[in-house]
Design a protein. Structure first.
Length: 178
C-alpha cells in the first residue's frame, strides 16, 4: 500500500520546516540533505519523492521562512510592533527561528538566480506591507534595512555588550527609543 497524498503533504511540510530552521541556524552549505531528513524524522531515501534536488528544497525553505516572518507580524502591519520584537536578544540568539534575510541574506546574494528571485519576491512583498504608498516607501525600506543590518552586526559582535549596543542604537535610529 502506497503513501497517501496527505502523508506525503505532511512529510514535505516537515522537510521544508526542518530545512528552514537548519539553514537559518547553520547556513545552506553547512547542512546536508541527510541532516534535514533526519531532523524531519524521515529517511534520506525518501527525499526524491518530494524534491528534485537540494536547490529546489532551498527555494521552498526560504519562501516558507519569509512567509513565516510575514505571517507572524501584526495585521494590519505595524512597523513599531515588528521592530520591537525584531531588535531583541532572543531574535539575535536564535537565528533558526528568526528573519531569513538577516540569517541568510549574504549567502543568498551569491546563490543561483532562481534562489535570489525567491527571496527577491519576498522583499517586494515585505516592502509593500511596510509602506505601500510612495510617501512612506523610502522610509519603510530604510527602516527595514536598518533592522536587518543591525541584526547581522549584533550577531557578529563580541562581547555581548557591543551586540546590545548595536541593537539599542538601531532602535533609537528607527525611532523606537528616545
Amino acid at each position: 500500500m502506497g503513501t497517501s497524498q496527505e502523508q506525503k503533504t505532511q512529510s514535505r511540510a516537515a522537510i521544508v520546516a526542518a530545512a528552514s530552521k537548519l539553514f537559518r541556524e547553520r547556513g545552506i552549505e553547512a547542512v546536508s540533505v541527510a541532516q534535514i531528513m533526519e531532523a524531519a524524522g524521515l529517511t534520506h531515501g525518501g527525499f526524491p519523492r518530494h524534491f528534485a534536488n537540494k536547490q529546489e528544497l532551498v527555494n521552498a525553505a526560504l519562501a516558507a521562512a519569509a512567509e513565516e516572518q510575514q505571517a507572524s507580524g501584526a495585521q494590519p502591519f505595524d512597523f513599531e510592533t515588528f521592530a520591537q520584537s525584531y531588535l531583541t536578544p532572543q531574535h539575535r540568539d536564535h537565528p533558526d527561528r528568526g528573519c531569513v534575510f538577516a540569517a541568510l541574506g549574504g549567502e543568498i546574494s551569491r546563490a543561483p538566480l532562481e534562489t535570489k528571485q525567491v527571496l527577491g519576491e519576498k522583499v517586494k512583498q515585505h516592502i509593500q506591507a511596510f509602506g505601500d504608498d510612495a510617501a512612506n516607501r523610502a522610509d519603510a525600506i530604510g527602516r527595514w534595512s536598518t533592522l536587518i543590518g543591525a541584526m547581522v552586526l549584533a550577531r557578529l559582535a563580541e562581547p555581548e555588550e557591543l551586540s546590545d549596543e548595536i541593537m539599542n542604537a538601531a532602535r533609537k535610529f528607527v525611532g523606537l527609543d528616545g
